[in-house]
Every structure is written in structure tokens, then in C-alpha cells.
Design a protein around this ligand. Structure first.
Ligand SMILES: NC(=O)c1ccc[n+]([C@@H]2O[C@H](COP(=O)([O-])OP(=O)(O)OC[C@H]3O[C@@H](n4cnc5c(N)ncnc54)[C@H](O)[C@@H]3O)[C@@H](O)[C@H]2O)c1
Length: 501
């Protein structure tokens, strides 16, 4: 436990605000950070309030002309330095992320932290490819071109499931394109977002370009969304909160990017490799204790393979190593909080009335927010466990007969974030990629996410893309510029409109 506190000591002065000023939060309230593996309070900080948001937005606004006016090469160089500072601090980032979320350290060192460093390096390179278009001559004697310009101050709001990666996804494309950012992380997991902002400053990114304000959703979050100097809102979180954020942002005519919830289907056709599908389903369902918007939570299996998958998944789940997140051998840590654990247990307890709990379905007896890997069978398609986002290590398995039925079931929720199809037949794979309604479809895999991939949903999962060069479309606005090539053309136009006056 000693190591855990050592890392956190760096935040002992309550630096919840970076980029303008620091000090106790203006909400007047204190927030605890709890280690979900033990239930111990590991840190307390002053929760930011509206006055902190105002100061952060003012800092971002002041930094905007200099940063937007920097050349792509200058922004790129700063982002390359940023990636190097993150790499030097990789171990600290992994330990703090593991501590505040309860994630297995293995996941942090192999996925969260290297993914974030790679994302930073990706946007360092991409910053130099951001360009408009030479658009040609739309009208005689006139030349047009299109500029891609930064939008201004971006107000970003992030969830608690991948605090470091979400900070990176929100901040990097925005600043690579010349915007400045105020990020509000989830108040229970702000530490690695603060470390990320500090690393940006230490890498020489000018003060005010990256700001983090850790406050409560209603108080600080809504103040940020409605702030008149925020030009765009980029939100990742639940669909319920996303709807509220969208209404507020739209009321003040702001650009909007929404990455919301999901309920990813995992469709196994009868020619699939059953062992690969079993391993894929368990890994896809249990990653980050199932607290993943793309987690494989609905597994549909074509009838001939159904029993084999049901048995294989139950056996594999029973062998998963649950334990101390700081132990490198641990596969599954606790959920992010005891409240989240109880919420997940509620879904499973209600499902007992209409379905079979094949394995799991309980919390181990310790002080942590753990929940056993859980497989549920015999639930109807229209049941809560099959249709609601659970955000826990819980997977429902259902059979289907025809290919049409498998795809129809996959599409039968309001969400559309991610999906996978498992088959060795190229035509079935082609059909699944075409007909499954989701922003991402994997074939014979589930979960991989890398910097080049546009990530974003359809339907109730939101709109817009994180990561990849597509994210520049979110964080830039298009300006059409038209040159009159001859003074004569302007005169002709004047004559057309006003006559010979
Ligand atoms: N689509 C994606 O890429 C993606 C990625 C990660 C997580 N998620 C989603 O995030 C959710 C889990 O995270 P969560 O529980 O932190 O989500 P949440 O919606 O409860 O909170 C997300 C963020 O919004 C803030 N917030 C809460 N109320 C607010 C309000 N009224 N105004 C402004 N901000 C407010 C919270 O403080 C937090 O920072 C899941 O639904 C998951 O699917 C989606």
C-alpha cells in the first residue's frame, strides 16, 4: 500500500485545477477518492465549482490566439515533447490509474498508458496533415478554397471508466487542430487527467491550452456546457446525461460531439471457430470489469454452437483470476465503486426472476467492490439484462436460428456503438459488416482500439468520432474563401444586382 500513497502525495496541495490558477475548489465541498479494491480513502480534494470553471475558460480563451496562430509544425513539435514526457512517467500513470479505478495494473501498463502515449504521438503527426482543400472555380473569374479552422474553447466532459484515455481522446485532436480545452473529468477519478494536464505543461504546451477542472456533473459540468465562451461541447458518458448535455449545449447554439452508452452484440455464426469465440467473448465482456462502452454483453450464438459456447464461456469465466489490482497476475479487479457494484448486482438479482444465472451472480466476501464474472442464459430478448447497459462483468447468452435472425437481434437495441461477428465465411462476414448498425464492427475479434480507428456511435450511442483523422472533422470548422480574380468580375456582379447606378 505504501507505493499507492507515495504517488498521490504529489496532489496533496489539492491541485484540482491546472492551467490558470490552483487552490481549494470553489464549490466549498470536499471530494474523496476511494480505492475500490479496499474501500480506503486515498485522497481528498476541493471540488471545483462554477468560479473555477470560469477561471479555466478564461485561461483557455486567453491562450487561444497564440495556440491557434501557431504553425502546424510548432503544435506538432509540442505534442511530440508531450508524448516523450508521458513515456517518462508511464509507471506513475499506470499506478494511479489502477488505484483510482481498481483496474488490473496489467491493463494499465499494456493498454491504457501505451494507448495514450501512442495517441499523443499519432496526433503529433496528424497535426501537420490538417489541411483545407483547394476547391477550384465555382463561378467564372472566381477562385475558391476551403480552410479548416479551430473552433475555439472546447468544453469536454469525460466518464470514469478510462479516465486517462478519455482525457487523451478529448484533448489531443482538439489541441492538434489549434483549439484550447477545458476538461471536466469524472469527480471520482480525476487524478490521471490532472497528471495528463501537468505533463502537457511540463512539455512546454503553453499555459491555458489544456485545463482540467474536477467538479461535480450538475454544478461544474452544466456550468461548462452553458458557458458563453465555450464554442463546442464534447461529451463522453451515459446516454441519459448526454441527452441533458445536448439540450443545454443546443440552447446556446454550440457545436456538439456525443460519445454515449453502448450494448455491443457479439454474433457467433455456426461456422465460427468455437474456442476463439469463447475466448473472445470472455475477454470482450470482462475487460475493465465490463465497464467498457464496447464490452461484449450480448452474445448471440447460432443454435448448433449454442451449448458449446455456453459451457465454454462458463468454464473460462470460472478460471478468471480476480484479485488485487496491483498484482500483475490479476485479470479482474473490482468495479470502480461500491455503488457501481451494487448497481450491477441489482441487474443480476432482478434477472433471476426470468433467466438462469449459469455462473457468478454474487460479490465475493471482502471489502472491495468486486463482483464475480457472471453468465446469464435463457433471458428473453426484450428483458432488462439483454437491453440495458450494465457496465459490469455480466454477459447474457442467447441462441438464434437463421443469419437474418442473428443480425436482427444484434440490431435490436437503440444503441449502435460497436459489434462483432464470428465466422469463417467471407460472405457472412461481408453481410454482417454491412447490415449490423454500429459505428464499429469487428470480425473474429472484439475490443481492439487503436489511434487510427475512428471511434463513435450510431443511434442512441451518439454522433461524431474520437481518435483517427476523422476527429479533426469534429474539432474544426470549414470556412469557404472566394477570390475575385479580376476587378471586372466584381463590377459585373455589382451591375447585375444594382443596375447601372
Ligand atoms: N461512447 C464512448 O466512447 C464511451 C466511452 C466511455 C464511456 N462511455 C459511457 O460512459 C458511461 C459511464 O460513465 P459515467 O457513469 O461517468 O457517465 P455519466 O454520464 O454519469 O457521467 C459522465 C460525465 O458527465 C458528468 N455529468 C454528470 N451529470 C452531468 C450534467 N448534468 N451536466 C454535465 N455533466 C454531467 C459526470 O460528472 C462525468 O464527468 C457509460 O454509459 C458508457 O457507455 C461511452
Amino acid at each position: 500500500m505504501g507505493n499507492r500513497f507515495q504517488v498521490l502525495d504529489r496532489f496533496a496541495d489539492g491541485a484540482q485545477f491546472i492551467g490558470g490558477q490552483s487552490g481549494p475548489g470553489s464549490s466549498g465541498r470536499t471530494q474523496r477518492i476511494v480505492d475500490p479494491a479496499s474501500g480506503d480513502t486515498v485522497h481528498r480534494y476541493g471540488l471545483a465549482g462554477p468560479a473555477d470553471v470560469d477561471a479555466a475558460v478564461a485561461a483557455a480563451r486567453a491562450a487561444l490566439p497564440g495556440w491557434a496562430g501557431a504553425s502546424p509544425a510548432e503544435r506538432s513539435a509540442a505534442l511530440h515533447r508531450f508524448a516523450a514526457v508521458l513515456a517518462e512517467r508511464a509507471g506513475d500513470f499506470a499506478r494511479v490509474e489502477s488505484l483510482q479505478c481498481g483496474k488490473p495494473i496489467k491493463l494499465c501498463t499494456e493498454f491504457d498508458v501505451p494507448g495514450t502515449i501512442d495517441n499523443t504521438a499519432f496526433f503529433a503527426g496528424a497535426a501537420r496533415h490538417l489541411q483545407g482543400q483547394a476547391a477550384g472555380e465555382y463561378s467564372g473569374d472566381h477562385t475558391s478554397y476551403v480552410r479548416r479552422e479551430p473552433i475555439g474553447v472546447i468544453g469536454s466532459i469525460a466518464p470514469w471508466n478510462y479516465p486517462l484515455q478519455m482525457a487523451a481522446w478529448k484533448i489531443l485532436p482538439a489541441i492538434a487542430a489549434g483549439n484550447t480545452v477545458v476538461l471536466k473529468p469524472a469527480e471520482i477519478t480525476p487524478l490521471t487527467s490532472l497528471m495528463f494536464a501537468r505533463a502537457a505543461t511540463d512539455a512546454g504546451i503553453p499555459a491555458g491550452v489544456v485545463n482540467v477542472v474536477s467538479g461535480a456533473g450538475r454544478e461544474a459540468g452544466e456550468h461548462l456546457v452553458g458557458h458563453p465562451d465555450v464554442a463546442m461541447v464534447s461529451f463522453t458518458g451515459s446516454t441519459a446525461v448526454g441527452k441533458r448535455v445536448a439540450a443545454l449545449a443546443t440552447a446556446s447554439v454550440k457545436r456538439l460531439h456525443l460519445e454515449l452508452g453502448g450494448k455491443a452484440p457479439f454474433v457467433v455464426f455456426d461456422d465460427a471457430d468455437p474456442e476463439a469465440a469463447v475466448q473472445g467473448a470472455v475477454a470482450g465482456a470482462l475487460i475493465n470489469s465490463g465497464q467498457d462502452c464496447t464490452a461484449a454483453t450480448r452474445v448471440y450464438v447460432q443454435r448448433p454452437l449454442y451449448e458449446r459456447l455456453r459451457e465454454g464461456i462458463a468454464d473460462t469465466m470460472a478460471g478468471v483470476r480476480l484479485g488485487d489490482p496491483f498484482d500483475p497476475a490479476t485479470d479482474l479487479g473490482p468495479l470502480v465503486s461500491h455503488a457501481q457494484r451494487d448497481r450491477v448486482a441489482g441487474f443480476v438479482d432482478r434477472a433471476r426472476a426470468y433467466a438462469t444465472v449459469v455462473t457468478g451472480g454474487e460479490a465475493p466476501k471482502n471489502d472491495g467492490a468486486y463482483y464475480l464474472p457472471t453468465l446469464i442464459a435463457d433471458a428473453p430478448q426484450n428483458s432488462e439484462i439483454v437491453r440495458s447497459e450494465i457496465f459490469g462483468p455480466v454477459l447474457a447468452i442467447l441462441p438464434f436460428d437463421s443469419d437474418d435472425e442473428g443480425i436482427a437481434l444484434a440490431n435490436d437495441t437503440p444503441y449502435g456503438l460497436a459489434a462483432s461477428a464470428w465466422t469463417r465465411d467471407v460472405f457472412r462476414a461481408g453481410r454482417a459488416t454491412r447490415d449490423i448498425r454500429a459505428g464499429c464492427v469487428w470480425i473474429n475479434d472484439h475490443i481492439p482500439i487503436i489511434s487510427e480507428m475512428p471511434h463513435g456511435g450510431f443511434g442512441a450511442s451518439g454522433f461524431g468520432k474520437d481518435m483517427s483523422s476523422y476527429s479533426f472533422e469534429e474539432y474544426t470548422q470549414v470556412k469557404h474563401v472566394m477570390f475575385d480574380n479580376t476587378a471586372v468580375a466584381a463590377k459585373d456582379w455589382h451591375r447585375t444586382v444594382f443596375g447601372d447606378r
